[in-house]
Ligand binder design. Structure first.
Ligand SMILES: Cc1ncc(COP(=O)(O)O)c(C=O)c1O
Length: 414
C-alpha cells in the first residue's frame, strides 16, 4: 500500500497543506523532516522518493521491511507445517497494512484487544476479526453490534452469563446474530471463566440464548508466553492449557458447536500446536519482536531469535558533556516499558540505557565499542513492542536506508 495524504487525514494525523510547511520543499538538500514536513511533501505529490531514515526527525519509529517480511513468512510456513490456523493479534501493530499482509500470508483474520482497533481495521477492509476482550457496557455493545452488521464474521468473547444475556438482548433488538467464544482463563489471572463446570455451564447457557452464535473457546495464557527457557515454557503452557482443552473436548462431546479453540502467543507458537485441540494461534509480537521476547531464551540458546527484531526507534544524542554518559531525545514518551529494563542499543556494545524522564534517555557509557558523539543518530530495539507502537502515529517502513512506505497506527482512542 502506498500511503496517500487522504489516508493520513482519515486516520487522524490531521495535518493539511495549509498547516504544514509551505516553503521547505523549494529548498534543496534539506534534511531532518518532521512528520508535518513529510505530510506536506506527500500533499504536493513528491511522494517518498529520496527520503532516507537519516532524514526522519527523532525520536521516530521505523520498521525494517526485510526483517518484517521474513518474520511473516516464517510464521506462516510454520503454521502450515504444523497444520494450525493463524489469527494474529493486531494489538501488537494496530496497523491495517500489517493485518492485510498477515491475511495475504494465509491468516484467517486478526484478533484485536479493543473495539476501536476492530473498527479501524474493519474500515480498512480487514475481515475475520476476533475481539479478545469482553465487550461490556452499552457503548461497546452498541459498537460491536454495528461492527457485526457490516462484518458479520466478527467474533467476541464472553465469560459471564449476565454478559451473554446482554449481548443476546442487543442482538435480538438489532435483528442479527453475534458470534461468541467462551473465554476460559487458564491461570486465574485476568479475564475468563474457570475451565471445567463453570465454562461448560456458561457455554450451555449461551448456546440457548437467542441470536448468540456460539463458535468455540478462547483461552490465552499470557504468563506462559514469557517463561524463560524453552522447556520451562513448554511445561508451563502444557500444564495451564490442559484444563481449557479438556473442557473444549467435553463440550464437543456434549454436542455444542465448538469449531474454534483460539490461544497461544509468540512465546508458545512452537509449543501450543502440539496440544491436540488447538485450532488457531493468536501470535502477536513475532512481526516486530522486542527486548522482552529476546531475553526469554529460545530452543537453542539464551536469546529467543526465532524472529528478527524488525521494529526500532531512532534517537539522537542531544547532550554530551561527560565522558561516562550521553543524553538522547528518547525517554518515556518514546519507549514504553512495563518491565525493569529499557531498550537495547543496536550495533554498539558496552552501553546501558536508563530512562532520564519523559523526553530524555541516559546512555551510560561503561565501555562503548565506539565513540558516542553529539548529534549521533542511534537505533534501539524497543523494550515491549505493543505499548511502544501505541506511542506513535505512524511507522516509517525502511528498505535498507530508504523510506519505502509510511503506515498509520490506528485505533488508538477508545
Ligand atoms: C489475548 C491475547 N492473545 C494473544 C496475544 C499475543 O501475544 P504475543 O504478542 O506474546 O504473541 C496477546 C498479547 O498480549 C493477548 O493479550
Amino acid at each position: 500500500m502506498k500511503t496517500s495524504r487522504r489516508k493520513f487525514l482519515r486516520y487522524g494525523l490531521g495535518l493539511t497543506a495549509a498547516t504544514a510547511f509551505p516553503s521547505i520543499w523549494t529548498r534543496k538538500s534539506v534534511t531532518g523532516y518532521s512528520n508535518g514536513d513529510i505530510e506536506q511533501r506527500l500533499s504536493i505529490g513528491r511522494g517518498l522518493e529520496g527520503l532516507t531514515k537519516n532524514d526522519l526527525a527523532t525520536p521516530t519509529l521505523v520498521l525494517d521491511l526485510d526483517v518484517f517480511e521474513s518474520n511473516l513468512e516464517k510464521m506462516s510456513r510454520h503454521a502450515k507445517e504444523v497444520s494450525i490456523e493463524l489469527r494474529p493479534h493486531a494489538k501488537t501493530h494496530k496497523c491495517i497494512e500489517v493485518a492485510r499482509r498477515q491475511i495475504d500470508a494465509g491468516a484467517l483474520g486478526v484478533c484485536t484487544a479493543t473495539i476501536s482497533e476492530a473498527e479501524a481495521l474493519a474500515e480498512g477492509g480487514i475481515n475475520g476479526l476476533l475481539i479478545t476482550s469482553e465487550m461490556v457496557g452499552r457503548d461497546k455493545i452498541r459498537r460491536l453490534v454495528q461492527m457485526t452488521r457490516n462484518h458479520p464474521d466478527t467474533m467476541s468473547v464472553i465469560d459471564h452469563p449476565d454478559h451473554a444475556k446482554q449481548l443476546s438482548q442487543a442482538a435480538v433488538e438489532a435483528s442479527l446474530e453475534l458470534n461468541v467464544l467462551v473465554d476460559i482463563d487458564p491461570i486465574g489471572r485476568r479475564t475468563g471463566v474457570s475451565a471445567g463446570k463453570p465454562a461448560i455451564d456458561l457455554a450451555h447457557y449461551a448456546e440457548k440464548l437467542p441470536n448468540l452464535k456460539l463458535r468455540g473457546i478462547h483461552s490465552y495464557s499470557g504468563p506462559s508466553s514469557h517463561v524463560t527457557g524453552f522447556e520451562e515454557r513448554r511445561a508451563h503452557s502444557r500444564r495451564v492449557m490442559a484444563a481449557p482443552i479438556e473442557t473444549f473436548f467435553k463440550l464437543q462431546e456434549e454436542g455444542l458447536p465448538m469449531e474454534i479453540l483460539s490461544g497461544g502467543s509468540t512465546g508458545t507458537y512452537n509449543i501450543d500446536p502440539e496440544f491436540e485441540g488447538m485450532t488457531e494461534l493468536q501470535v502477536g509480537s513475532y512481526v516486530f519482536m522486542d527486548v522482552d521476547y529476546r531475553i526469554i531464551g529460545g530452543k537453542s540458546g539464551p536469546d529467543y531469535d526465532d524472529f528478527g527484531q524488525s521494529l526500532k526507534v531512532i534517537a539522537t544524542v542531544i547532550s554530551k558533556n561527560h565522558d561516562d554518559r550521553a543524553t538522547i531525545d528518547a525517554g518515556f514518551k518514546a519507549f514504553a516499558t512495563d518491565r525493569d529494563f529499557g531498550p537495547d542499543i543496536i550495533g554498539i556494545s558496552g552501553i546501558t540505557y536508563r530512562f532520564g524522564g519523559d523526553e530524555h534517555g541516559i546512555l551510560q557509557l561503561d565501555d562503548p565499542s565506539r565513540e558516542v558523539k553529539l548529534g549521533d543518530r542511534l537505533e534501539f530495539v524497543v523494550p515491549h513492542c505493543d505499548p511502544n507502537v501505541n506511542l506513535y502515529d505512524r511507522i516509517y517502513c525502511l528498505r535498507g536506508e530508504k523510506v519505502e512506505e509510511i503506515w498509520p497506527v490506528v485505533g488508538k482512542y477508545v
